[in-house]
Design a protein around this ligand. Structure first.
Ligand code: PEP
Length: 254
């Protein structure tokens, strides 16, 4: 089955209005120059520059996403942002369950699943992140840990249209260490099998599974060519338009 690759930039807690506007504008310009692109492009900036970035990509095919959301639509949740607000701000996607959220904010699989359900209710595409720690990989538990995260974080109502999975080994995020292509393919294939058990084979076959963790222009081609890798979730390299674009250009043609 052919799945359209998604190249998603997670800007994390980076970007003031001037640099965010410039970066988003550069990405929009590159995207406009290639109207027949065989991939989707998404940028996920911090909330404070959402409007700035939204304006900079307005007349392009670049999608706008957020890095997290609350499980409620509104109410007494100081400092939080709801999927309704994200939709209102022009977002089409939201990352949920990034390992930095799971660690810094103690988000559990159940929390992540609840976020995805609220996001789906607003017609937002949830990018659900999973991935093992270094200790879990070294003790041979990577497959089992990721399987449990998929079963616990992906809602029963997930479809290939409303959900994307991102496999991000925690030890590879921002470290320059990258999982080997064989390890990435093994985990991605296992994720797809777990999705098939949970959601049915057709949904699993259509769902995009991204790799994330120190993806760069120099390693993207090999990773993006793997049978069960359908794009990338990119942190550091998403902050330079030329690197982000070079990664996108490494997608195999459909
Ligand atoms: C991420 O934070 O999702 C990520 C993959 O970061 P980096 O590309 O910097 O490893």
């Amino acid at each position: 089955m052919s799945r359209r690759p998604l190249i998603a930039g997670n800007w994390k807690m980076n970007g003031l209005r001037a640099d965010a506007k410039a970066l988003a504008g550069e990405i929009a310009t590159l995207s406009k120059a290639q109207s027949d692109a065989a991939f989707d492009l998404l940028v996920c900036p911090p909330f404070t520059v959402m409007e700035t970035v939204g304006a900079a990509i307005e007349h392009s095919d670049v999608f706008l996403g957020a890095q997290t959301c609350h499980t409620a639509e509104s109410g007494a949740h100081t400092g939080d942002i709801s999927p309704v607000m994200l939709k209102d701000a022009g977002c089409t996607h939201v990352i949920v369950g990034h390992s930095e959220r799971r660690t810094d904010h103690a988000e559990s699989d159940a929390d992540v699943q609840a976020q995805a359900i609220t996001a789906h209710a607003q017609d937002l595409i949830a990018i659900i992140c999973v991935g093992e720690t270094e200790a879990e990989r070294e003790s041979g538990q990577a497959l089992q840990v990721v399987r449990e995260q998929i079963l616990g974080s992906v809602p029963a109502g997930a479809t290939s249209e409303n959900t994307v999975i991102a496999y991000e080994p925690v030890w590879a995020i921002g470290t320059g260490k990258v999982a080997t292509p064989d390890d990435v393919q093994e985990i991605h294939a296992d994720i797809r099998n777990t999705l098939a058990d949970k959601l049915g084979q057709d949904t699993a076959d259509g769902m995009r599974i991204l790799y994330g963790g120190s993806m760069k222009p120099g390693n993207a081609k090999e990773l993006l060519a793997l049978a069960d890798v359908d794009g990338g979730l990119i942190g550091g390299a998403a902050l330079k338009s030329e690197d982000f674009w070079a990664i996108a250009q490494s997608c195999p043609s459909l």
